[in-house]
Design a protein around this ligand. Structure first.
Ligand SMILES: [Zn+2]
Length: 264
């Protein structure tokens, strides 16, 4: 199975002991691409470092609603120009944990949507208990390329998002016994969804509670396959193609037949 991991946090200290080993294992076991997501200044820079080290890792820059108080537009502008940075995110609103005041979250989200449009980058949205507000902000700014990461909305909201041409991304949370996303999974067309682990968080069943990694991404694909009554390979292929297009991945540079002499 050829997989595209669209949302990982491999730069976090959870992977301090074995980061490169995990990454090597991922690429050896069918993970072809990884988007490593930033959520503040430090993680956006660390994500970019990781992307520079690996041909098939790309990164994002953005301030998560929890980190909205630290927002610095200059950081976003600077990193948005890097060729390894393929999206603005994760950005959005979180009215569940409320770690930042609502007005700050709103202002920072709106600012970053504007930056994404200015720098012509797709947007990775974090939406927790803020569906309609996230929708309104994106709609108001006329954002076109949007993925709702770690989908948690109902069927009606899913239809609203799909009507805008936006994408829906599923994590291991769809494998939990209390998941109520089966209807949304059945609804979402093959060309409009992605899969992700959000590692180190949200380990899919039967690994719930353990550290998550892209190595468990196939469990998300298998769950979607079961619900949609198709094969895991079909899920993997569709989500791969959707992500490849969404993040505008370019084919690998072709190795020249003869190595040029390096200029001193
Ligand atoms: Zn995340």
């Amino acid at each position: 199975m050829k997989l595209f991991e669209t949302h990982a946090h491999l730069d976090l200290p959870d992977f301090a002991e074995d980061r490169e080993a995990v990454i090597s294992k991922c690429f050896a076991q069918g993970i072809e691409y990884i988007i490593n997501i930033g959520f503040n200044k430090e993680t956006s820079y660390n994500a970019l470092e990781l992307a520079k080290k690996h041909l098939h890792i790309f990164s994002t820059v953005g301030y998560h609603p929890h980190d909205a108080m630290d927002f610095d537009a200059e950081v976003v502008k600077k990193l948005a120009r890097e060729k390894n940075v393929v999206a603005i995110g994760e950005i959005g609103l979180d009215f569940f944990r409320n770690l930042s005041p609502y007005p700050v979250q709103r202002e920072v989200f709106a600012n970053q949507i504007k930056l994404a449009l200015e720098y012509d980058l797709p947007i990775v949205v974090h939406d927790r208990n803020a569906h309609q507000e996230c929708y309104s902000f994106l709609k108001k700014e006329k954002a076109r390329e949007v993925v709702f990461h770690c989908w948690s909305g109902d069927l009606i909201f899913a239809q609203q998002v799909l009507d805008e041409g936006w994408h829906i991304s599923f994590t291991g949370s769809i494998t939990y016994p209390n998941s109520n996303l089966d209807d949304v999974i059945r609804l979402v067309p093959m060309d409009r969804f992605m899969i992700e682990t959000d590692c180190p968080y949200l380990s899919p069943q039967p690994n719930r509670g353990k550290r998550n990694s892209p190595l468990f991404l196939h469990l998300v694909a298998e769950k979607i396959a079961q619900i949609k009554e198709i094969t895991p390979n079909e899920v993997a292929e569709a989500s791969f193609n959707n992500a490849y297009k969404f993040f505008r991945i370019q084919p690998d540079p072709v190795k020249p037949a003869h190595h040029r002499k390096r200029k001193q």
